[in-house]
Design a binder for this molecule. Structure first.
Ligand code: G6P
Ligand code: MN
Length: 438
């Protein structure tokens, strides 16, 4: 049985994670669950609601506690799940608005928003990893913190010998939930072939566990009947419905592979800008939607002291992370798409790229499968994006304005150098509490 700490437990994703831990308790049984957050009040509300859920649905759990003390939180854990957001949704809103007002994609991980958020996340992530390692030298650290690509690159540089940090994104899994629905299967029955960078990749094949190739059936369905989100958490969200619909559009233009939904921002940046309202962005939608909804849900749970009548469901975000953790803990050898150092996996990309690919997950960590050479179009796209990611991390560690400017100029959502400079200057101003001085 495992001891798990959730870092950033005040998040509105935590209740979904708890329901997922309940759902997955046979695969990943817990002895102890600990919450850690720097925001005591936000965490307490989620924790008190969690107590209600655990009392009913996880009575065998020996210990649950929440704290803002690092030593208490990180002492002798087996797993740490990290899901922090430095600067909160307030800063996400600024990133998105600065970008959109300059006619560029306003998104938390793609384009200028990704750069801004990346440079905010890096210092906190480095500090957290050091603190966790001080108290739990052998714990598996599973990181969801965004922008995962930039965070993963920074952690690779700072902790080159720490083989127990694994960066993960739930998007490929969320997409696979929709594939599974179309194919009349469960996501856990599908085996993907996939390559790319985080939020920048393609499924090349989808098989079932028996080895049948279902890719053409899937593509035909998407092209003829469309593509919708199926995970409980996102299926009712208009913004995600629109996002998933873009897969069909992308597949018509580039029918070779099945794109990650995030490719829409790089392939159709102008259209994405036109669809958005620069005065009311995704951050606003989340603040007025999920944040309020979960806050109310917590209050109701605490008041009623029962989960009866409450809308609570496991989600793929939680279940995916937990299944990866189970495979690490119990050497299951299951296959998941994760972020790892390339080292020849994609043979015509640099060894030191952090790539997102399927890997067999064992108790020695991920064993990625060889992808081989990727075709020129994808290689070209990835190389530009990779250079952007590397330059952002260089800019951070070297306090280098010119590299930040080069990064943004390379990004497909920006391209235009004077626009890159204008956005960069505005982001520097907005992020002065968080960024190093460039
Ligand atoms: C997916 C991505 C995450 C991202 C999230 C944003 O889950 O994998 O990296 O943070 O979407 O969702 P939101 O609802 O906050 O826009
Ligand atoms: Mn992600």
């Amino acid at each position: 049985k495992q001891r798990l700490v959730i870092v950033g437990a005040g998040s509105t994703y935590t209740l979904g994670m708890i329901m997922s831990l309940v759902k997955e308790k046979e695969n990943f049984p817990l002895k102890s669950l600990i919450f850690y957050d720097i925001d005591a009040e936000r965490q307490e509300r989620v924790a008190k609601a969690t107590e209600v859920i655990l009392k009913e649905k996880y009575p065998e759990l020996e210990e649950f506690k929440y704290t803002t003390d690092k030593e208490e939180a990180f002492k002798d854990v087996d797993f740490a799940f990290i899901q922090i957001r430095t600067g909160g949704l307030k800063m996400r809103e600024k990133d998105e608005k600065i970008s959109l007002k300059n006619g560029v994609v306003g998104q938390e991980t793609c384009g200028p928003g990704g750069m801004a958020y990346g440079m905010r996340s890096i210092p906190d992530m480095i500090e957290l990893i050091k603190d966790i390692r001080k108290h739990s030298p052998n714990a598996w650290i599973l990181n969801y913190t965004n922008p995962a690509a930039i965070v993963a690159e920074a952690l690779r540089r700072v902790f080159p010998n720490d083989k127990k940090i694994l960066n993960i994104c739930d998007m490929p899994a969320a997409i696979m939930v929709s594939y599974a629905k179309i194919l009349g299967k469960e996501i856990w029955d599908l085996v993907p072939e996939y390559f790319g960078l985080n939020h920048f990749g393609w499924f090349t094949k989808i098989y079932d566990k028996e080895g049948n190739d279902l890719t053409d059936e899937l593509k035909d369905h998407i092209l003829n009947k469309g593509f919708l989100p199926e995970d409980a958490e996102i299926a009712n969200d208009q913004s995600w419905i629109k996002t998933f619909k873009q897969v069909e559009v992308m597949l018509r233009d580039f029918p070779e592979y099945l794109p990650n939904t995030y490719m829409q921002y790089y392939l159709y940046p102008q259209k994405m800008v036109e669809k958005e309202d620069p005065n009311y962005t995704r951050a606003n939608q989340v603040m007025d939607g999920r944040e309020k909804r979960v806050k109310e849900l917590c209050k109701t749970l605490i008041e009623n002291q029962t989960t009866e009548g409450a809308h609570l469901e496991p989600d793929i975000h939680g279940r995916y992370m937990i299944r990866v953790a189970a495979s690490l803990a119990y050497n299951n050898g299951d296959i998941f798409i994760v972020i790892v150092e390339n080292n020849g996996i994609i043979s015509n990309l640099p060894d030191d790229a952090m790539v997102e690919v399927p890997a067999m997950i064992t108790n020695h960590g991920p064993k990625p499968f060889a992808v081989g050479k990727i075709p020129t179009f994808y290689k070209g796209l990835i190389e530009g994006q990779l250079a952007y990611e590397k330059l952002v991390v260089d800019a951070f560690f070297e306090n280098d304005y010119d590299k930040a400017l080069k990064a943004l100029t390379l990004n497909r959502t920006v391209v235009n150098a004077p626009v890159a400079r204008k956005i960069l200057d505005e982001l520097i101003e907005a992020n002065k509490e968080y960024w190093p001085e460039l």
